[in-house]
Design a protein around this ligand. Structure first.
Ligand SMILES: Nc1nc2c(ncn2[C@@H]2O[C@H](COP(=O)(O)OP(=O)(O)OP(=O)(O)O)[C@@H](O)[C@H]2O)c(=O)[nH]1
Ligand SMILES: [Mg+2]
Length: 414
């Protein structure tokens, strides 16, 4: 199997990164109202909700994924989330927990920037009132930029010498220099495609190097903003300011603490709640036959508050939508590999669509095959109805997304 997609959660200390991780996964990352609660990165599996292929064929009852879940055609596909330590201004110079944590980000395919929009924490995550979170969006992007730029310009003269001496292409030289950020040739190629008419690398001045790094950042770290702590009364005005200033950014309003709390109440059988939805039902709504536990006044009030301050106002806690926004940004397409293209099973009589992987839209089916099957010789690729699919044909949502790979027997090399 190829490398997994990883979504990195970034932000200043105390913005709610670990809380967001916990709200999306079964993790129990340590949460605290003081900076640098997290030091070592936490990794956990979240679930991206997609429409499962089973619902296209009315096979919901027979759908039982190997990983994740499928509830009535809504499938949760595992996706890796990474929660790193908080970044502070000048982290690239080693401030706060510094470079190590920038380094932890390298394996991320996209970032979710958790912004504390309540204004109750300053740039370093310390408790305050009335802080303007608009600043955080700027300096955080700038930190990542300065970090990559610093690493590159530090050795620029020797990079240029080698580039000229070995008569390398710009693409090859950049791959060598930027490959450490888990960026492959394709990603760096995309960066260069966005910058037509570049002069030879040895003639790049500082301004041009900065432009290349900025473009690389956009390709390597596309970012969704999570406007978190929206349950707080001061959040509204800050949210409006951010959306006005960054109309093109993908921004989702979230209250990750609310999602953690609702999932806990559900696990304790106090409420019925579908994660990501607007509705919370208690025994008061559904009656004793629901089997839910009775509420005391304190809990009843808290649930009422959550409904008023979060669910009814914003439609949900936002965290499920956050993952979907990240997947959209990455243009991820769910692919359902099956052994039998007619029954969609692995073995006869088995459950359908047991596997699902996420790949980028536009990936050729042969690359999908390699990702799943490894280094084997593919004899044929079939789609629904046994239709033959050309190796270079590409995938999209609902297009070439149910695939069966026929391999040449004995071609497994491992
Ligand atoms: N009101 C409110 N508070 C939240 C929300 N999410 C997190 N918090 C609180 O914010 C504080 C920091 O949360 P963490 O999840 O530990 O923050 P972090 O970004 O992981 O912090 P570091 O690990 O120190 O970088 C805790 O007191 C949380 O309870 C939210 O949605 N609303
Ligand atoms: Mg943390």
């Amino acid at each position: 199997m190829g490398r997994e997609i990883v979504i990195g959660l970034v932000g200043k200390p105390s913005s709610g990164k670990s809380t967001t991780l916990n709200s999306l996964t079964d993790a129990h990352a340590k949460v605290g109202a003081f900076p640098f609660t997290t030091i070592d990165p936490n990794k956990a599996t979240g679930y991206l909700e997609i429409d499962c292929a089973c619902s296209r064929f009315g096979l919901q009852a027979n759908c039982k994924p190997n990983y994740g879940y499928c509830r009535n055609g809504k499938r949760g596909v595992p996706i890796m989330l990474l929660d790193v330590a908080g970044l502070v201004p000048n982290a690239h110079l080693g401030r706060g927990l510094g470079n190590k944590f920038l380094g932890d980000l390298t394996e991320a395919d996209c970032l979710i920037h958790i912004v504390d929009v309540s204004g109750t924490t300053d740039a370093e995550g310390k408790a305050t009132r009335g802080y303007d979170p608009l600043q955080d969006i700027e300096w955080l992007q700038d930190e990542i930029f300065r970090w990559i730029l610093g690493n590159l310009t530090e050795r620029w003269p020797s990079v240029v010498r080698k580039h000229v001496g070995t008569k390398s292409s710009t693409l090859d030289t950049l791959c060598q220099q930027l490959g450490g950020y888990s960026a492959n040739k394709k990603l760096i190629g995309q960066t260069l495609d966005l910058l037509p008419g570049l002069p030879p690398l040895q003639d790049w001045n500082q301004e041009l190097i900065e432009k290349v790094v900025k473009t690389f950042m956009q390709v390597k770290f596309p970012t969704v903003l999570s406007l978190n702590k929206m349950d707080h009364p001061d959040s509204d005005k800050n949210v409006s300011k951010i959306i006005l200033k960054y109309p093109k950014s993908k921004a989702i309003l979230t209250s990750s603490i609310t999602e953690v709390f609702l999932r806990k109440l559900k696990a304790q059988n106090y409420i019925q709640y579908e994660p990501g939805s607007e509705f919370v039902d208690t025994i008061d709504d559904l009656g004793p036959e629901s089997g839910l536990k009775p509420l005391d006044d304190k809990l009843r009030n808290r649930i009422e508050n959550i409904r008023d301050l979060v669910l009814y106002r914003f439609g949900s806690t936002g965290v499920v939508q956050l993952l979907q926004a990240a997947a959209d940004l990455l243009q991820l397409v769910p692919i359902f590999p099956v052994r039998n293209i007619n029954s969609f099973t692995v073995n006869s009589g088995d459950y359908v669509f047991r596997d699902c992987i996420l790949v980028k839209k536009g990936t050729p089916v042969i690359s999908v095959a390699r990702k799943i099957m490894g280094d084997v010789t593919i004899a044929a690729i079939e789609g629904v109805g046994g239709r033959k699919i050309g190796e270079e044909d590409t995938v999209d949502v609902g297009k070439n997304d149910i695939l069966s790979f026929k391999i040449v027997p004995g071609s497994h090399t491992n």
